[in-house]
Design a protein around this ligand. Sequence first.
Ligand code: ASP
Length: 320
Amino acid sequence: MTAGYSGTSGERRPVPRHLLSVADLGQEGIQEVMALADSFAEVSERSIPRVPALRGKTVMSLFYEDSTRTRLSFEAAAKRLSADTLTFTVSASSVSKGECLRDTAETISAMGVDAVVIRHASAGAPWQVASWVDACVINAGDGWHEHPTQALLDCYTIRSRMGSLHGLRIAIVGDVKHSRVARSDVLAFTMLGAEVTLVAPPTLLPPNLSGWPVRVSSDLDAVLGNCGVVYMLRMQAERQTEALLPSLREYTARFGLTRARADLLADDALVMHPGPMNRGVEIAADVAELPCSVITRQVANGVAVRMAVLFLLLGASPRG
Ligand code: ASP
C-alpha cells in the first residue's frame, strides 16, 4: 500500500516527496504532522530523548541565511530520531569561492544525503534544489515566500492550547509584506478553518492581496478584543530597501503590542511571535513574558513538529 493520508473521501493522498510549501501537505497532511508531533513531544521529555526511527539516514542543513531557532531545531529533531546530521556553513564553504547553488546541491547529492533542509534568500530556491537532488528537500525559509515548518509549529501550538483552529479568529500583525511566515501561516491557518485578519499599515502589506483568504485592517485596537490569537511579526528591516514607515516610534505607537493593548485581549487569547523579537518595536518586553504569551512554547514545539516532518518525509513510517 502507498503511504498517504486517508481523507474523508476514502482516497489516499500520497505523502509528498518534499516539503516546499504548506500546500504540499494540505489540510490532511497538516493534521497528520500534528498527530505525529503529539507522539514525538513525549520523546523530548524522556531522560534520554532519542528514538531509533531514522537510524542510518543523513539530514543536511544548508543555510544561506542566518538562523537560530530553525537550524538548531531541525538538528535537534534529526538527532532525537537518531539520524546523522551534517551542517553546511556557507561562509566556510566553496560558496565563498563562487560555487553556484546547483554545483553545491549536486555535491551534496553525490554524498548520499537523505534530506536537505534549505534556507535561502531567493524565493523558489528550494524548488530548484529539489529538481537537482535525489534527497527530500525541506524549505526552511525562502526569501519572502514561505516557511512551512514555522506554520506547522504555529498550528500545533494553537491546537495544543485551543483544541482546534476551526472558527478561531487570528490577527497577524506587522510587516506582512516581507514575511514568509505570514504567507505560510495564512495558508495553514485558513486550511484548518481559522479566520485570518492582517493588521498592518498599507506600506507593509503585499501590493496585491487578491486570492489571499483574509480580511485586512489598520486598526489594531479594534481587532484585538475580537481575536483568539494575535500573531506579531518581526519588523524585517534587513528586507526593506526603501523607507516604508515615517518612523519606528510611530509604527510602535500604532501597531506595537504594548502592555495597554495586551489588556484588550480576551482572557484566553494567545500572543505569538516567530522570533527573533524586536522587543520594544513590535512587542513590548513585558508582553512577551505574560502568561498569554506562548512564544517559548512555539520554540519547544518546533522540535517535535520537525521530528514529525522528517519522519513523515523520510518514509520510516510503518504505513510505508
Ligand atoms: N525566523 C522567521 C524567519 O526566518 C521570522 C523572522 O525572521 O522574522 O522568517
